[in-house]
Design a protein around this ligand. Structure first.
Ligand SMILES: Nc1ncnc2c1ncn2[C@@H]1O[C@H](COP(=O)(O)OP(=O)(O)O)[C@@H](O)[C@H]1O
Ligand SMILES: O=C(CO)[C@H](O)[C@H](O)COP(=O)(O)O
Length: 577
């Protein structure tokens, strides 16, 4: 086993279930990854905006990757196991068998994924109630959360699913149940996605008001009436059956889980930053923003007191770092958007062939191609005429509008590799501008952020990281371990094992700074690639032709009236001096 540190002796296994794949790592007490494995997972899209997965498939993938990372080591050295996963809804019957979440009655597909938008009508009705729990999800509930999905199941699959259901789990809690037989839910999933309050518990009036009173009637047994802080050791640890599946010793500590973005937050936010010249050195941890960038991006900022940020989820108490409030901004598709733009372009086959010939990933090839065509100019200048609005799957934050769509302006008739590279750049820039809008919203509500800690699959893309630094004007810290979400999952296992006194102590010991990417000042003169910045910098009039009428705004007015503007269904956009 290369790099195995036999002296330290105690290892933890972290399992991370992302949207596209399951990953596992064997991690030591210093937070160093000793082994890593990944396995893709199936997704089904039976109709547009319906996204489903299978809990059986996911568990099998967890077993495959876990067995791989512990191969060849003394299993007695493994002290704890932690899971994180996307916040998708798993449905099981009273005997814990999968139930179908689809009209086809396919019970193998028993997960409604987080990015599923089938419950649009239900979430509108929930938001119309203006119930006080909505204050704790940024003012507006997202269709990505669980209450609208439950209501959809009740209204659409009453006989085949709703009436037979015994257990509705968030995916992270399904995994900890599968490993231990304990049905207790993590405070993280219930607070962030199910309207549970860490201080007051469930609010009966909410569930009654939205038409889900049956969940209250049996004392919330189907959605969770035992709630534990993330990292708490569950029951008697790993059951013999799960131990056999995973290739681990029975009885090792298994932690109450976290949602994947929150595990990423734990994996990066507590690092010792001394000696890197960062503004957050010597400052409270609340000056740091963790950004977890995979299929989606999640912006995790913590505070000592609750901060209410319109359009940004939370404030959630103790949902990530114990004792701190969490605000979670997000962009519903980022990695998925970049993949979509690149793979859908006419020059994609040429890109693939050229990248393969050079043994490079398509993104490494595109990044070097941009360097070639930019000549002596900063790369950002390549997009002065091409702009992308990135909300192809609605806007999670700060506009909190699931109906928004994406836009591209400045297209030409040519579709060669240069055009693909520039479109890719404009997409990355637009995503980074989205992050800046989220940070601005968080700061105007009371957060004070100086440093970004970025991880997830997009952290492997240097252009994505640099654009986030340039466009936000803040340094971006990358962790020593690229797979920081897995470090977060292992931190949970380490806490459950009792080897660390607190989550904070484990975070400080196990997360480490790798590289710091500073903003490049020369790119600050022009910030192309973004509609808002273009309007602010030029003072142009913006004409919007919508499906029903024509509006125009000056840039300042648009920025002030952002929300009103975005409620329109935009068809075409023109700039005029
Ligand atoms: N080596 C890489 N270079 C550039 N981008 C990458 C690389 N690896 C992954 N990505 C991007 O990261 C995204 C997936 O990130 P990941 O964290 O694996 O997602 P998830 O947790 O949602 O499954 C992909 O959509 C892809 O755009
Ligand atoms: O809602 C979220 C966290 O609250 C995540 O975006 C969702 O779970 C998907 O994560 P990923 O993009 O890493 O697959």
């Amino acid at each position: 086993m290369p790099g195995r540190d036999q002296e330290l002796g105690s290892y933890y296994v972290g399992v991370d279930v992302g949207t596209g794949s399951v990953r596992a790592a064997l991690v030591d007490q210093r937070g160093i990854l000793l082994a890593f494995a990944d396995q893709p997972i199936n997704q089904w899209e039976p109709q547009f905006n319906h996204h489903e997965q299978s809990s059986e498939d996911i568990w099998v993938a967890c077993c495959i990757v876990t067995k791989k990372v512990v191969q060849g080591i003394d299993l007695n050295q493994i002290r704890g196991l932690g899971f994180d996963a996307t916040c998708s809804l798993v449905v099981l019957d009273k005997q814990f068998h999968p139930l179908p979440v689809n009209h086809e009655g396919d019970s193998h597909r028993n997960i409604i994924m987080w990015l599923d938008h089938r419950a649009v009508n239900q979430v509108h009705r929930i938001n119309e109630t203006k119930h006080s729990v909505l204050q704790y999800v940024g003012g507006v509930m997202s269709v990505e959360m669980q209450a609208p999905k439950l209501l959809w199941l009740k209204e659409n699959l009453r006989e085949t699913c709703w009436d037979k259901a015994g257990h509705f789990f968030d995916l992270p809690d399904f995994l900890s149940w599968k490993a231990t037989g304990v049905t207790a839910r993590s405070l993280c999933s219930l607070v962030c996605k199910w309207t549970y309050s860490a201080e007051k518990g469930w609010d009966d009036s909410f569930w009654k008001m939205v038409g889900l009173e049956d969940l209250v009637a049996d004392n919330y047994s189907k959605i969770g009436n035992q709630v534990l802080p993330p990292g708490t050791s569950l029951g008697n640890g790993l059951t013999p059956e799960a131990a056999k599946d995973l290739g681990l010793p029975a009885g090792i500590a298994v932690a109450a889980s976290l949602i994947d973005a929150h595990a990423g937050g734990l994996g990066v936010i507590g690092a010792d930053v001394r000696g890197h010249g960062l503004a957050c050195e010597g400052q409270p941890v609340t000056s740091r923003l963790a950004i977890i960038c995979g299929t989606s991006s999640c912006h995790m900022g913590i505070s000592k007191n609750p901060i209410f940020v319109p359009g940004v989820w939370g404030p959630y108490f103790s949902a990530m770092v114990p004792g701190f409030w969490l605000n979670e901004g997000g962009q519903s598709v980022t990695g998925k958007l970049i993949d979509h733009m690149v793979q859908g372009h006419a020059a994609f086959p040429e890109l693939q062939a050229k990248a393969t010939a050079r043994c490079q990933s398509i993104y490494a090839y595109l990044n070097s191609h941009l360097d070639l065509i930019k000549k002596t100019q900063p790369v950002g200048f390549l997009t002065v005429d091409l702009h992308v609005w990135p909300d192809f799957h609605g806007n999670r934050s700060p506009l909190a509008d699931l109906t928004l769509k994406g836009m591209v302006t400045g297209l030409k008739l040519s579709q060669d590799l240069d055009d693909l590279a520039i479109l890719y750049l404009a997409t990355v820039q637009a995503i980074a501008f989205g992050t800046r809008l989220i940070i601005e919203a968080m700061e105007s509500a009371g957060h004070s952020i100086s440093t970004l800690f970025l991880c997830g699959g997009l952290g492997k893309n240097p252009l994505f990281v640099q654009m986030h630094a340039d466009i936000t004007g803040m340094p971006v810290v990358l962790s020593q371990e690229v797979e920081s979400v897995l470090v977060g999952a292992a931190i949970l296992g380490a806490c459950a094992s009792g080897d660390f006194a607190s989550v904070q102590e484990a975070m400080a010991r196990m997360s480490k700074v790798g590289k710091v990417v500073f903003p490049r000042r020369e790119d600050k003169r022009v910030l192309p690639g973004n509609f808002w910045e273009l309007m602010k910098s030029t003072g142009n009039w913006l004409f919007l032709v919508t499906s029903d009428c024509l509006f125009y705004y000056t840039c300042t007015f648009v920025v002030n009236k952002l929300k009103t503007f975005l409620e329109m269904r935009t068809v075409t956009i023109y700039f005029k001096n």
